[in-house]
Ligand binder design. Sequence first.
Ligand SMILES: [Zn+2]
Length: 626
Amino acid sequence: MWKRIFPVLFSFGAVVICSVSCTSSKNFTEIHPVQDAHSYANTDSVVIRHLTLKLTVNFENRQLDGTATLHIENFNQARTLILDTKDLTIKKVTANGHTAKRSFKLMPARKVYLGQPLVIHLNPGDSLITITYHTAPEAGALQWLTPRQTAGKKHPFLFSQSQAILARTWVPCQDTPSIRFTYQAEIQTSPDLLALMSASNPTEKSPDGLYHFTMEQPIPSYLLALAVGDLEYRPFDARSGVYAEPEMIEKAAYEFTDTPRMMAAAEKLYGPYRWGRYDILVLPPSFPFGGMENPRLTFATPTVITGDRSLVSLIAHELAHSWSGNLVTNATWNDVWLNEGFTTYFELRIMEALYGREYAEMLEQIGYQDLKRVMGELGPDNPDTRLAIDVDDRNPDDGLSTIAYEKGRSFLKMLELAFGRPAFDDFLKKYFNTFAFHSMDTDHFTEYVREELVRHRRRVESRIHLREWIYEPGLPENCPVPDSPEFRKVDAQRAAFIHGRPAGELNVKGWTTHHWLHFLRALPKNLPRERLIDLDNTFTLSASPNSEIAFAWYQLVIPGHYKPALQHIRTFLLHVGRAKFVVPLYASLMKEKAYRAFARKVYEEARPGYHPVTYAAVDKLMSEKH
Ligand SMILES: [Zn+2]
């Protein structure tokens, strides 16, 4: 439930836009208003405390149809409630359970990606506002899959993706991460389908297709989530398990079996898991992301199911978001590194606890390579290489890159090294406890670090370059450079191959996905064709069922016009919709004049199966001049 830690603050009437006011530390008791450029909501006067959804899922029309009742607190006697909406058809607004209609107006969009503000007239004493509405077939958060696009091929499938600012395309709400509310929902669908949400969930289909959900902990709107499909459940233990289509459920249960151990490791590090259950939903392959940390129910791509549990760091990442992101939340999308950098650091700590330091070092090295590559692409003076980015005039998705994840992680690792692991772990534990169920912005986090970590260790302060790390572009000199002994072994094999050793004579015994990624990524792009054939024939790389390995291989061979891979690239692009793979692959293909017609043809065929997030990015690069 909403934790009123410091009720005194409520008398100021602005607590809802106070991002980090609620702490015992004397320096953090002031109210700091946070302006969110990505929301129209008048949260300085009215806030949503609870949401009640009643929706019918209509696969034929690709529509959610029903009501959203907002339980509001109007602490400034505001005469209007301004909500975020995009592509919603508003049929009626009523108040306090009465049937009399309340006047409302959809105002023009300030920017297309923000959608339209819905302005509702308020009377004194209004506390319940009910909006009757339906979504558009092209609602940005919702992907409606035909049976053909699922593993089972018999039933349709629906899933949502609300982050960053897409909740407004299926629920009229205050769509900003600085506002939290609890929710209940009633979802009507067909009896042969199971509905799930980021809430308490059923484990079996209901005979009438009606499902009830409760989310007791207050969450920001971007964590609202819904999925409907032919799904089964397998428990791991009393508080965690996995949902997937029947065709995938056994594989998924095998792959993610370490989930309870991950939870135990995470709790040991940074305190209790506060969300009750932790389940995983494996989605069809068109899911555009690796995972989405919807509370109580992580949404995960099936592309991490490899059969050897080698990509389960994704689950460690989504689980870690239960602390960094879901519990302590970025106040605006300019602060997204507070969600993603912390989570990437935490993810590696969980992986280290479960699989040892050597394994975590490989992950760290891969992340660092990604960081260096993206830093090189963006250029060290690019403002988007700051941790404190500025996406106020953009769609927040356009400013999000590896920087938030890996520069953020490197920053925390640097602090760990500077202050020692025990002190840094104490600091993080206290941070999650102090700001649980609140938002945090970059300035106040910086103050908090100074107050809690640096204050008694002034000599360290000059060495850590706090300001430079957070507010300046590029990578500071004291960025930790990870070392991986395992990867040094891989380096030796790669060097031998480059100098002529046949692929069949390389020592690849015991290599995991990460060894392969390291091997492939650093091979020269101009390898002679016969060397590529040797590698491919020896290790069946073009047809690899492991999406990470296949992707790394395709990125290596596209510039060299290695034709035998083309049919496999086509199959991959038709099957997988994960943006991390799909967007760079089309970009690589379009860079090669000889492959442009091929890329356009495959895209034409594949596009209807992609999520809007994925095809928006590919559309953009296809329309660029080549
Ligand atoms: Zn994340």
